[in-house]
Design a protein around this ligand. Structure first.
Ligand SMILES: Nc1ncnc2c1ncn2[C@@H]1O[C@H](COP(=O)(O)OP(=O)(O)OP(=O)(O)O)[C@@H](O)[C@H]1O
Length: 315
């Protein structure tokens, strides 16, 4: 595991506002870290500090071993950054914009053409290279931004809400692009779109009020849901009360609740998988199963419980 991004006790205060307040995590090559949190949680501020656009109040950021405070130029050379929203320079074409960025990054001559062509190809914008950026659709604008961020083939990518405001097709395309790049890079994407936890991320950090509330895999995040591994089950020709009593008597069952017109939802003890055991016990009784399916965790519920624990949801 090659560590590419190391963040230690990072903080940024704007006067009395503690936008980021002691954040620590690291990202390795091959990881796509989904940085989740509600509006105002501190995601953009953290990303701006990683990329050297904002100076931390406290703490350190290292990118590929370089400290962002003492070696900002090496840090910028090793990372690509897609800021929130669309790229500036709306009256430029993608071709002139990318050539301009290449120039700033010190890529010259034939290398410049090669870098622009390769980034344009990977971001799938070759068909709009000579059209003013302001006339492009949101999806294409975002892809121009992505092309800009990968122009120098950086080992680290920081993407701030890369799919925000895109339609489902455009979202899918941008996610595919990110997945394609994931293998040999360390990537952080900030998002509040929960479906991206599965579509994109190998790990998630959830922040709220400037502090890390969760750091783990998408599955670990999902397993915090009270619905994780719960099973909805119904049987034919059995009196409902008798069936409920039977379910409650099973050793692996923690709780049973009726589901309107669809039998019962059965919560397992200790989050274990109970589908097979449950179906076996029902068949032992000679009952025939009408419906039986396991539920996934509900990320919206987990997200709420982690970022707003006062709602009383399970944490
Ligand atoms: N330049 C600034 N001056 C003062 N306060 C700021 C500044 N930048 C951000 N903040 C505040 O810091 C907090 C964190 O903001 P940040 O933009 O990092 O959140 P975010 O998680 O990216 O939110 P969103 O999902 O809405 O983009 C917010 O309360 C915000 O108002």
């Amino acid at each position: 595991m090659t560590l590419r991004i190391e963040i230690d006790d990072l903080a940024k205060y704007f006067g009395a506002i503690k936008a980021v307040d002691g954040v620590s995590f690291s990202v390795s090559k091959g990881e796509v870290l989904g940085f989740l949190g509600p509006n105002g949680a501190g995601k953009s501020t953290t990303m701006k500090m990683i990329t050297g656009f904002l100076t931390p109040t406290r703490g350190t950021v290292r990118v590929c071993g370089y400290d962002v405070l003492t070696d900002p130029i090496s840090v910028k050379a090793h990372l690509g950054y897609l800021p929130e929203g669309a790229p500036a320079y709306a009256d430029m074409t993608p071709d002139s914009f990318l050539k301009f960025i290449a120039e700033i990054r010190g890529i010259k001559g034939a290398d410049r053409r090669r870098a622009v062509d390769s980034a344009a190809e990977r971001a799938r914008i070759t068909n709009v290279m000579y059209q003013p950026i302001e006339t492009l659709s949101k999806g294409y604008k975002r892809r121009v931004g992505l092309a800009q961020s990968i122009l120098h083939n950086p080992p680290v990518l920081i993407l701030d809400e890369p799919t925000d405001g895109l339609d489902p097709n455009q979202k899918h395309e941008v996610r595919t692009l990110i997945n394609e790049m994931a293998e040999d890079k360390a990537i952080i994407i900030s998002t509040h779109i929960l479906e991206e936890v599965h579509a994109l991320c190998t790990r998630n950090v959830v922040i709220a009020n400037g502090k890390v509330k969760f750091d783990g895999t998408p599955q670990q995040l999902e397993s915090k849901s009270r619905y994780y591994h719960a099973v909805v089950v119904n049987v034919a020709n059995v009196e409902q009360k008798a069936f409920e009593t039977f379910l409650n008597s099973l050793p692996f069952v923690a709780q049973v609740e009726p589901v309107e017109g669809a039998g019962f939802r059965v919560y397992p003890k200790d989050g274990q998988q109970i589908t097979a055991d449950l179906s076996e016990k029902i068949r032992e009784n000679g009952w025939s199963i009408d419906a039986l399916h396991a539920e996934a965790g509900r990320l919206d519920e987990v997200f709420r419980s982690i970022t707003m624990p006062s709602t009383g949801a399970k944490n």
